[in-house]
Write a protein that binds this ligand. Structure first.
Ligand SMILES: NC(=O)c1ccc[n+]([C@@H]2O[C@H](COP(=O)([O-])OP(=O)(O)OC[C@H]3O[C@@H](n4cnc5c(N)ncnc54)[C@H](O)[C@@H]3O)[C@@H](O)[C@H]2O)c1
Length: 335
């Protein structure tokens, strides 16, 4: 049995708690949250547009603490799952890796590329396995796209556009020093997926603006590749409060067009090819369950995760930092 300790019981901690329950051979045995109410198992009052149904924890089988370092020191915890606000990821991840634990860390891997590199170095030196929680790499319709591009099933990619837009989340996110604003917190998902799909771009050019924080709250980036003419991603969290959340992509291959729109509910992905449009059904419900199941498989097999590494997650933050620098300078930035 894989024994998990979760640090941070807000929106993502609740989501992971519900996710681990669905993973065979895993159980959450410890939780830590700076808020004593949450550390005692009462998860009411959090934010979230994700259907994470865990509102209370049965504390009979779970140890709760307000000190994350106490959880890291618990001998019976095999996996430390870090779900606290972004600026706290690096110190906790490094401490857990130095304690020899396996570690899963929410995205963005860290607040800065330099902090993310610190985690990558600790992961390389630790006997524990490490995985950044880049859930979009595990999201069924994005996995489908990765396979379609890798297998060259529909010819070369001519154009790829990604979009991720939301209303402003509450709480610490509005402090851009902490969250990195939408450019880092939200748009990073697509930057990372672009890197996963097509490799490192040679340069980026971005435009954007601030609205709900003093960082970049809405960004559009062109990623430059020698072999793909058009790669663009838009991300923002300053839509009107009534907007909610949506993510989508359209990828035009030489011989097909793939079009995904999360807001289409049960039919989010269509493929048009040869004059015919078909609904594509993908296995799995979301990327959170997918990433936890994959990490558990790696732990059981004793094989380090390859679907996403600390180095790749750090590179994605470096790309976002170049995107923000491009907005400041008004010019493309080489990578
Ligand atoms: N993968 C995704 O789609 C996704 C979605 C939302 C958030 N996130 C990421 O997950 C992380 C957490 O975000 P959230 O939305 O769950 O935040 P949240 O505000 O809902 O919850 C954070 C929790 O951490 C606790 N906490 C804060 N500092 C702490 C500390 N030093 N030690 C222990 N507990 C502490 C808070 O009391 C709170 O319960 C962030 O890095 C965020 O970017 C990822």
């Amino acid at each position: 049995m894989i024994r998990v300790g979760i640090i941070g019981l807000g929106m993502m901690g609740r989501c992971h708690l519900a996710g681990w329950e669905k993973v065979e051979n895993a159980e959450v045995i410890a939780v830590a949250d700076a808020d004593p109410k949450r550390a005692a198992g009462d998860l009411s009052g959090g934010w979230g547009n994700i259907d994470a149904d865990a509102k209370t924890i049965d504390m009979e089988r779970v140890t709760g603490t307000t000190d994350p370092y106490e959880l890291i020191a618990m001998e019976n915890v095999d996996v430390v799952d870090i779900c606290v606000p972004t600026p706290f990821h690096a110190d906790l991840a490094v401490a857990a890796l130095e304690a020899g634990k396996h570690v899963l860390c929410e995205k963005p891997l860290a607040r800065t590329a330099a902090d993310a590199a610190r985690i990558a170095a600790a992961a390389a030196a630790s006997p524990g396995m490490f995985m950044p929680g880049m859930c979009i790499r595990f999201w069924p319709q994005y996995k489908w796209l990765k396979d379609a591009v890798a297998s060259n099933a529909y010819g070369a990619v001519l154009g790829a556009t990604f979009r991720r837009v939301a209303s402003m989340p509450p709480g610490w996110f509005s402090n851009a020093e902490m969250s990195g604003a939408a450019a880092l917190d939200l748009h990073l998902h697509d930057t990372d997926f672009v890197q996963y799909l097509l490799g490192m771009p040679r340069a980026v050019a971005s435009c954007g603006y601030s609205k709900t924080t003093d960082g970049i709250d809405h960004i559009v980036t062109r990623y430059f590749y020698d072999d793909v003419p058009l790669v663009v991603a838009e991300g923002g969290w300053c839509m009107d409060d009534g907007f909610g959340f949506n993510m989508s992509y359209t990828v035009n291959f030489e011989n097909a067009t793939a079009d995904f729109d999360f807001s289409r509910g049960d039919d989010p992905l269509f493929l048009s090819t040869g004059g015919d449009k078909q609904n594509i059904t993908c296995e799995g419900s979301d990327g959170y369950e997918g990433e936890l199941a994959y990490f558990a498989e790696c732990l059981i097999a004793g094989t380090p995760p390859t679907m996403v590494t600390a180095e790749q997650a750090a590179e994605s933050i470096r790309i976002v930092e170049a995107e923000v620098a491009s907005i400041a300078s008004g010019a493309p930035v080489d990578l």
